[in-house]
Design a protein around this ligand. Sequence first.
Ligand SMILES: NC(=O)C1=CN([C@@H]2O[C@H](COP(=O)(O)OP(=O)(O)OC[C@H]3O[C@@H](n4cnc5c(N)ncnc54)[C@H](OP(=O)(O)O)[C@@H]3O)[C@@H](O)[C@H]2O)C=CC1
Ligand SMILES: O=C(O)CCC(=O)C(=O)O
Ligand SMILES: [Mg+2]
Length: 414
Amino acid sequence: MSASKITVPAGGQKIIPGQPVPDNPIIPFIEGDGIGIDITPVMIKVIDAAVAKAYGGKKKIHWMEVYAGEKSTRIYGPDEWLPKETFDALKEFSVSIKGPMTTPVGGGIRSLNVALRQELDLYQCVRPVRYFKGVPSPLKNPELTDMVIYRENTEDIYAGIEWQALSDGARKVIAFLQNEMGVRKIRFPETSGIGIKPVSIEGTSRIVRAAIRYAIDNDRKSVTLVHKGNIMKFTEGLFRDIGYKVAQEEFGAQPIDGGPWCSFENPGTGREIIVKDAIADAFLQQILLRPAEYDVIATLNLNGDYVSDALAAQVGGIGIAPGANISDQYACFEATHGTAPKYAGQDKVNPGSLILSAEMMLRHLGWKEAADLVIKGMEAAIADKQVTYDFARLMEGANEISCSAFGDAMIARM
Ligand SMILES: NC(=O)C1=CN([C@@H]2O[C@H](COP(=O)(O)OP(=O)(O)OC[C@H]3O[C@@H](n4cnc5c(N)ncnc54)[C@H](OP(=O)(O)O)[C@@H]3O)[C@@H](O)[C@H]2O)C=CC1
Ligand SMILES: O=C(O)CCC(=O)C(=O)O
Ligand SMILES: [Mg+2]
């Protein structure tokens, strides 16, 4: 094996799960492909400024670059998309942040983003969606959209179990389904690609449990299980049924009017938390028409992917939609958007999504004061109409500034 390409910063300390966060934590970061080169340095600059201002030098993040995606192939060699030492570092240092990574459509490598989530068992994809005053939105009352998506992050059609049309694998699986399982419903068996959608009781239970715990800890009003269980009865339907079971058996929820909706009293606040469900297609129209009726959302992997971009659009777009991938041991924060290749290297795009992902990371570390400063800087820059192109094109009287200038505008207003 070749020598390590990772330089561990001197003066930093490892975060060890279950122990207090040191004042000088080492945080691994992946720059990311495409616009990663633009947004990642801006995120680091903004977070360093917030931490310095909040703690006057007493706390400091020691950033450690680790490699994945296109940069990794330049550093490690042509086929090294996700080197083992990157995985090892993300595990060893437990809290990390990443820029977006490219996944080709059709053939080519499978998603590195998905691979990371699966390898580290980062089963919770947490994507809060809230409105920042002044951000242009297609809705009349965008402030009514205030939801937190808990997207299952390790199962579903994302597991990558599929066979290309006309391949030996597809033929074998189709023959098995027809001959061994009596399946007669594959419309064009000779030319079908085949995918498998695993959804388990364990996987569903842990994501719904995490969503309900979040609702309890953050005094939220409801948890909605979003699924397409009328059609995919044994996968998405299972998700719904197990979701209600978790609410009832683990949180003492009681059926409302005979069920299946149910509710329980938040042990912290005494207020009621309703657990309900919605079929995914209807849900997508409800979030536009009646967003105030939804709060915490627990859903499967693919639904969560669609829903998170759709909800992000309601509050101004994926340019400011943050996210976190969390397991019981590790956390890797990342923007909701992708690599937006047409803008790569232009210092143009909105760094807000990655910055707000880092803000979630600061809260995860317990560094609330620094996180609050990030929000303050973001709100004030937007209020002063100092914004990147995505907002400027929809805002009257805005001053369009670059990606890095937006970071500086935030820092100047903390
Ligand atoms: N977690 C990850 O790493 C993810 C990776 N990807 C990957 O990214 C690649 C490109 O995917 P694509 O479908 O084009 O989706 P992207 O999210 O990369 O871009 C779609 C559009 O969203 C807008 N956008 C995205 N990021 C920003 C930003 N920071 N600021 C302002 N606007 C932004 C742009 O809109 P406009 O054109 O209107 O300006 C852009 O053209 C694919 O390979 C995909 O697999 C996708 C999602 C997540
Ligand atoms: O892995 C990818 O390329 C896409 C992932 C994605 O869309 C997401 O995480 O929301
Ligand atoms: Mg997505």
